[in-house]
Design a protein around this ligand. Structure first.
Ligand SMILES: NC(=O)c1ccc[n+]([C@@H]2O[C@H](COP(=O)([O-])OP(=O)(O)OC[C@H]3O[C@@H](n4cnc5c(N)ncnc54)[C@H](O)[C@@H]3O)[C@@H](O)[C@H]2O)c1
Length: 248
């Protein structure tokens, strides 16, 4: 399916994990992708997948200037910007009372503030092209999972920001939606290998009985929200989580 033909999309954290899957699938579907990631080795690796259609910017998304650098690079390499996916987010899991101000800063700077900075940097280009933004939330934030306070708070701040931007920027023809994934990334795959019984137990509680495959189960949902097929949707949260959480 080529539902992203002629699109130019920035993917933060786009070199590995879910972001790496997004980069690969978007290119297969006709887009050019600028992957912004802190991991240089993974960035060089993903560029080899398609040297013409994938560009890599090594950068820490928590640094404000990286957002503008990414937009400038996407436009100079590929001529325009039509989509933005704020996927990168780093955090530490600890009980609420043990989280330090450094832990809170890590989650809010890489998650919430990076999302805000990239949205603002991309706004003018997206406005020119009826662009779309997909931000990342989390089922762990919606359900309030133990040890996830700094992560959950930043994720829900991202959803709040996304809904306001959806309303304010509708007149500019920019759509903003959210995806909450549940995916068997490299880290989760390692855990499955080491703790197969534990994996089985957790997976058995998911209605569709398995963690999502980043390329087959998560990327197509994000691609849909970037494509014309979702042109009448904005401000929505889509759960790509095997039915784990049902939003009303
Ligand atoms: N994996 C899941 O099941 C799951 C569940 C709920 C939500 N999410 C969300 O999905 C998104 C992707 O998750 P993932 O599991 O693939 O993440 P991940 O931890 O595997 O990281 C993805 C990429 O982000 C990059 N990255 C990390 N910090 C960065 C920074 N400061 N600047 C630039 N790049 C940085 C990493 O190098 C990596 O390539 C995140 O927003 C995460 O919170 C994932």
């Amino acid at each position: 399916m080529k539902n992203l033909e002629n699109q130019v999309i920035i993917v933060t954290g786009g070199a590995a994990g879910i972001g790496g899957a997004l980069t690969r699938v978007f290119v297969k579907r006709g887009a050019s992708v600028l992957a912004v990631d802190i991991d240089e080795d993974a960035g060089e690796e993903i560029q080899k997948v398609n040297t013409e259609k994938i560009a890599f910017l090594k950068g820490d998304v928590s640094k404000k200037e990286v957002a503008q650098e990414a937009v400038d690079m996407a436009v100079s390499k590929f001529g325009k910007l039509t989509g933005l996916v704020n996927n990168a987010h780093a955090s530490r899991q600890k009980p609420l009372m043990e989280l330090t101000s450094e832990d809170w800063d890590l989650s809010f700077n890489t998650g919430f503030k990076a999302t805000l900075n990239f949205m603002k940097a991309a706004y003018a280009e997206l406005k020119k092209n009826k662009g779309a933004i997909v931000n990342f939330g989390s089922g762990a934030a919606i359900s309030g999972q133990d040890n996830q306070a700094s992560y959950a708070a930043a994720k829900e701040a991202i959803r709040g920001l996304s809904r306001v931007a959806a309303n304010e920027w509708a007149k500019d023809n920019i759509r903003v939606n959210i995806v909450c994934p549940l995916a068997l990334t490299e880290g989760v795959a390692q855990w499955k290998e080491n703790q197969p019984e534990q994996y089985k137990q957790v997976a058995s509680k998911i209605p569709l009985k398995h963690f999502g495959d980043p390329q087959k189960d998560i990327a197509p949902v994000v691609a849909f929200l970037l494509s014309k097929d979702s042109q009448y949707m904005t401000g929505q949260t889509l759960m790509a989580d095997g039915g784990d959480i049902k939003l009303r």
